[in-house]
Design a protein around this ligand. Sequence first.
Ligand code: SF4
Length: 331
Amino acid sequence: MNFNKLAQILAVEPKYRLAQAKQAIFKDLIPSWVQATVFPLALRQKLQKDFPLSISAKEFHSQDGRTVKIVLELDDRLKVETVLMSYPGRRNTVCVSSTVGCPLKCLFCATGELGFKRNLTADEIITQVLYFARYLKDKKQRVNSLVFMGMGEPFLNYDNIIAAIRTLNTKDNLHIGARHFSISTAGIPSGIKRLAEEKMEINLAVSLHAPDDQTRARLMPVARQYPLAQLFAAVDYYLKKTSRKVMFEYLLIKAVNDSDEQARQLSLLMNKKLYLVNLLTYNLTGAFEPSSPERLTRFQSILKKNGVAVTARYSFGADISAACGQLAGRI
Ligand code: SF4
């Protein structure tokens, strides 16, 4: 969907028609103009032809019922994946993609294997969320939060992700609160600094995955370009500007980054009160093996003993290849 096109189509109509159209799309969440009965029949037919509301996607449901993944087909036939994660208490988070494929080629990630195709537009990002807003409406629920942790490095598509967030945040759109958006970066210092300057309280997560440059560069080629000193200088700038928590994602991989010594090294890096570590289990994409549950517990206990705030995240949707690092745009 191209929302500028909608404005163009309605430019010849009375001004209130655009407001009515937005109400129909983002509040009533209609999937077809046929249901927009406030519009005259001729206008409904025109919109149905020139700005159809259908979203072409295939759904996959996890066995535990907590995860739904869609493979969404874009106008140029390329595909991206988006994941809905439902938490007990009816909280729904949508994990959106920001690009088709990804140029950063992290070794543990299926998206990186695809290579980079193109950036998504702000409208394509909004469409991913709209799909699940419609899906949840039928269950009398809504999208509560959004994470940019799907396909792609969000800061390589900075302008479009910020434009999408601003739109989704507005009252006449889905009105998702700014504090309910999180951007997860592989560690692009310029993006972190730009985010620090935004006048919005958006959450920042950084994929760390190793406490030293050498191991990190082995897992994430982008770390060769941006060593830890540069990354942490940008994060500290963000902290100074925003006073907001920063989440460091740490994917535990057997015999690569899960030793006691590496837990101690990580503890030293986590030297600010607003730093928080989130331990993730590695979801098989072929390259490595996951750490055992015992290793995860041991790693976590060392961090805790050293006074580091640490959580271990439930892995959503591994059975439908919807978990972290598994998105590859394949049906
Ligand atoms: S983990 Fe993120 S940044 Fe790395 S290759 Fe995958 S999508 Fe790209």
